[in-house]
Design a protein around this ligand. Structure first.
Ligand code: PGA
Ligand code: ZN
Length: 416
């Protein structure tokens, strides 16, 4: 069989919020070898690569992806047919050059990522390797510690909770399946606790419960109740937050719990929470341009808690380099569609690890049944993955893929 890309196909499919997204098929030597679907965020950072939307308000509320699909089947296909499918770097570089913009505005990061990931799958299939091993090579895989977002707020829920994600992080276990089981049992325990307090309603975009709470800190209390209610100790299961604070940063102040506070005051609140709760990780504690507060917080509590840049770094080496320079964070969130190609994602993760920073591979709030990120997390030995609550198939699909991979990969080590 030849290793040459013989064609690409693309279509619109739906994501978990009922919005259009892009699916790409990669043909090698006339046979369909790779397929991938592209995720989509809600609390998107200003510096993310551009997701191309048609903007025709009469269709799909302006969110159609016909232009992105056309870009795949027209100009991208024309540029890539004849390329060896396992030369991922060359494939991504050709697309970057064809796009010709710094933020993928021309072809669309959704079009490019769909192709990039479909080619990755096709390359793995060509070599008859599981995707995680194709990504990781001889280094072998490492199962990640899962972060399960069991209480949703912010832009992902219709509640009064400002913090976007309250996650359990089962770090004190010997294997991935045991850790996952513990995290899932916390999800069920949280349901019971919320029900007992009359707070059980719907769920948010990532499958976690979405109660109204008297204050954001009450969410931390519920996480402890969930952990202990499931029969575990806070020594073995910790808490991770995604504050997604860019969403409530306005006029130089953070608007949380109905008050306007400064970055320093917010940093003091986090320090208090680190003292009082088993809080292991805080993502986007500060806004995407508030570098000063990030660095201040790092100096204050960076040796005691993981501080993760999501909107801050947008999975891009340029933004990450700024953060390394200013010592703004000690970890990076990795979202493939923030940068738009597999190669650039891997480069960003390399830069992070070269500077001793942790990587957390992540889904988006708008997802599909695509499970590429599960293999990516294992193959890159990232060590951590966040992919929502253990509810709703778009989230569970990733955990199930990790369970499959864990039949082959036993190495599991907590970064905490
Ligand atoms: P998003 O949320 O996909 O809506 O951006 C996830 C996150 O902020 O980490
Ligand atoms: Zn985030």
């Amino acid at each position: 069989m030849s290793d040459i890309i013989s064609g690409l196909d693309a279509r619109m499919v739906l994501d978990s919020r009922g919005n259009p997204t892009v699916e790409v098929d990669c043909y090698v030597d006339g046979g369909l070898l790779g397929r991938a679907m592209v995720p989509s965020g809600a609390s998107t950072g200003a510096y993310e690569a551009i997701e191309l939307r048609d903007g025709d308000a009469s269709r799909w509320l302006g969110k159609g992806v016909d232009d992105a699909v056309n870009n795949v089947v027209e100009s991208i296909q024309e540029a890539l047919v004849g390329m060896p499918v396992d030369d991922q770097k060359a494939i991504d570089e050709i697309m970057i050059e064809l796009d010709g913009t710094p933020n993928k505005a021309n072809l669309g990061a959704n079009a490019m990522l769909g192709v990039s990931m479909a080619c990755l799958h096709a390359g793995a299939a060509l070599h008859e390797l599981p995707l995680w091993r194709y990504v990781g090579g001889v280094a072998g895989g490492l199962m990640p510690v899962p972060m399960l977002n069991i209480l949703n707020g912010g832009a992902h829920a219709a509640s009064n909770v400002d913090i976007q994600e309250f996650m359990v992080m089962p770090h004190g276990f010997d294997t991935f399946p045991e850790a996952l089981r513990a995290g899932v049992e916390c999800y069920h325990a949280l349901k019971k606790e919320l029900k007992a307090d009359g707070l059980l309603g719907g769920v948010g975009d990532e499958g976690g419960f979405a109660p109204n709470l008297p204050a954001n800190e009450a969410g931390l209390g519920y996480m402890v109740r969930a952990i202990e209610g499931a029969g575990y100790s806070t020594e073995e299961i910790g808490i991770a937050l995604d504050v997604a604070s860019t969403e409530f940063y306005k006029d130089d102040a953070y608007h949380m719990d109905g008050k306007a506070i400064s970055g320093e005051e917010l940093s003091d609140i986090y320090a208090g929470w680190v003292d009082e709760y088993p809080l292991l990780s805080i993502e986007d504690g500060f806004a995407e341009d508030d570098w000063r507060s990030w660095s201040h917080c790092m100096r204050d509590i960076g040796d005691r808690v993981q501080l993760v840049g999501d909107d801050l770094f947008v999975t891009q080496t340029e933004r990450l380099s700024m953060g390394i320079e200013s010592k703004a964070a000690n970890a990076i969130l990795v979202k493939v569609n923030q940068v738009g190609t597999v190669t650039e994602t891997l480069e960003t993760m390399d830069l992070a690890s070269a500077h001793g920073m942790n990587s957390v591979v992540s889904h988006r709030s708008g997802e599909t049944e695509d499970t590429t990120i599960a293999d990516l997390a294992v193959g890159t030995r990232a060590g951590q993955i966040k992919t929502g609550a253990p509810a709703r198939s778009d989230r569970v699909a990733k955990y199930n893929q990790l369970l499959r991979i864990s039949n082959e990969v036993s190495e599991y080590r907590s970064p905490f």
